[in-house]
Each structure stands twice: as C-alpha cells, then as structure tokens.
Design a protein around this ligand. Structure first.
Ligand SMILES: NC(=O)c1ccc[n+]([C@@H]2O[C@H](COP(=O)([O-])OP(=O)(O)OC[C@H]3O[C@@H](n4cnc5c(N)ncnc54)[C@H](OP(=O)(O)O)[C@@H]3O)[C@@H](O)[C@H]2O)c1
Length: 261
C-alpha cells in the first residue's frame, strides 16, 4: 500500500498515509505558556506542531527535546498568525506532513502596555491583528482539516475584569477571543468542541518586566498569593481537550488563583 510504513523506534504509525496518533497545533509554542502546553501534549503521546514567529532556536530545540523524550513527532513551524498567506501555508504543510489536526490551541499573543491616550491606531491594530485576527485565521484554515476534536482559545481575565489600566487594546482583543470562541463553538458543533481559557497572571516573558512593587500588590489580590506557573494553566488546557471533558463546550474557564480585583 502506498505510504504505508511503520517506524519501530518511534511512536508514530502511518497506515495508508494516515497518522494514527493525534496531532495538536499550538500557536506561539516557542516560549511561555505555549511551550508548557506543547510539553503536556507530547507527554500524553500527542504529536505537536510548535508554531513560532521569532524564536526559531527555542522552537526547534523544544521540538527535538519532545521527540527524543516522549517518542512523538514534533515539528517547529514558523508562521506569523496575523498573515493569511502564512497561515494557509502552515496548514498546508501540516496537511502534507501529518494529514490531520485534532487539537488547535490558539495561544500566541502580544501585549504593549501603555496608557490609553498614548496608544496609536497602529499600536491598537497590531495587537488586534495578532491576538484576534490570528486566532480567527488559524481556526478558519485549521478547522477545514479537522474532522473531530477540540479548539481552545487562550483569552485572559483582563477580558472580563479590566482591573489593569494599561492594556485597553489587549483587553479588547481578549474579549473578542471569547466572542470568537462562542461563535466557533456554534458553527463547528457537534464534531469540534470550542472552549476558552482565561488565565490570570502567569510567570512568563509577558509579565517579566512588570514593576516589582506592582507585582507584589497584585499577588496580594490573589487568594493563592502568587502568579501561576505556566504548567498550572497548561494542565487545564490539556484536560479540556481530553475525552474526560467531552461535555464541556462553549465555556469560558477562568484560572486565576482566586483574584479579588
Ligand atoms: N502571561 C500572563 O500573565 C498571561 C495572562 C493571561 C493570559 N495570557 C495569555 O497566554 C498566552 C501566552 O502568553 P505568554 O505569557 O506565554 O506569552 P509570551 O511568553 O510572551 O509568549 C508569546 C508567544 O507567542 C508567540 N507569538 C507572538 N506573536 C506571534 C505571531 N504573530 N505569530 C506566531 N506566534 C507569535 C511568540 O513567539 P516568538 O517568540 O517566536 O515570537 C511566543 O511563543 C497569550 O494568549 C496571552 O495573552 C498570558
């Protein structure tokens, strides 16, 4: 049979050109939360596509580590999720190499903190293009090759609370992500479940330059008195994609350690 082969030293099994293990595409997986999400999927024998934009070395290194450690297939793919052409190309490459996508995690995002009056139209659009247009484009082209599965969009508690004053653009984009998720859940049911995870503060590069005093004040507002380790969010994301979460759909799951804004 054409394309039929098995790699005995590898957990991969191709039969009649179809990959047997599940395939997860995680956007922005070179660093931070996305990296942890990719690691948890790999640990659970799911093949991972590690999308990145600038962090090529980190993405390739992660793919190599996950392949060796968990005997799955991991591929680092460069794609600016705000570019329709690049998204189309990325999905085409995945289709050629993996034939399928079972899980999509729209994780990649950027922030640019400043007071509202200092933000330009260009600043605002840049955030929207990455954080809202990006998940729209990736969901659109990925869902065309998803027969059955799960999409998780990463929003933020900023979309719900607006306790932090320097991110009008980011907060609006993350509120849009919640709405986008709900609409996708409607359109892609019953074969694809779509949920949103809204984390509170996480220890990643996105928060590493926060003023120390401000961080301390924020920690006091969290019942658990600390920012999340990315793993604590990634575990929830993974759970939502499993059969154990088969009846969770069109939901927004808040993971913020108990924040009293
Ligand atoms: N950190 C927090 O406190 C916090 C709180 C709530 C929600 N979140 C959300 O959690 C998610 C992950 O955040 P994080 O803290 O892990 O961020 P991070 O450490 O800054 O990492 C961002 C990731 O997104 C990628 N990325 C950025 N722009 C991209 C683009 N146009 N195309 C493709 N990839 C792109 C980056 O890739 P390169 O490095 O390759 O450019 C990187 O892998 C985001 O959706 C964020 O909004 C974070």
């Amino acid at each position: 049979m054409e394309n039929m082969y098995q790699e005995h030293n590898h957990a991969l099994l191709f039969l009649g050109g179809k990959m047997e293990n599940k395939v997860a595409l995680i956007t922005g997986a070179s660093r931070g939360l996305g990296k942890e999400i990719a690691t948890i999927f790999a640990k659970n024998q799911i093949n991972v596509i590690i999308n990145y934009l600038y962090s090529k070395k980190e993405a390739i290194q992660l793919a190599n580590t996950l392949e060796k450690k968990y005997l799955i297939k991991a591929l680092a793919l460069k794609c600016d999720i705000s570019s329709e052409e690049e998204v189309k190309e990325m999905i085409q490459t995945i289709k050629q190499k993996f034939q399928r996508i079972d899980i999509l995690i729209n994780n990649a995002a950027i922030s640019n903190d400043s007071i509202f009056l200092d933000k330009t139209k260009e600043d605002f659009l840049k955030i929207m293009e990455t954080n809202l247009l990006g998940p729209f484009l990736v969901s659109k082209y990925a869902s065309k090759i998803m027969e059955k599965g799960s999409i998780i969009n990463i929003s933020s508690t900023n979309a719900l609370d607006t306790n932090y004053p320097y991110s009008a653009d980011y907060d609006a984009s993350k509120a849009g992500v919640i709405s986008l998720s709900a609409n996708l859940a409607e359109e892609l049911a019953p074969n694809i479940r779509v949920n949103t995870v809204a984390p509170g503060w996480i220890k990643t590069d996105m928060t590493k330059d926060l003023d120390l005093e401000f961080m301390k004040q924020e920690e006091k507002k969290i019942l658990l008195n600390r920012f999340a380790d990315p793993k604590e969010i990634a575990e929830v994301v993974y759970f939502l994609t499993t059969d154990e979460a088969s009846y969770i759909n069109k939901s927004v799951i808040r993971v913020d350690g108990g924040y009293r804004g």
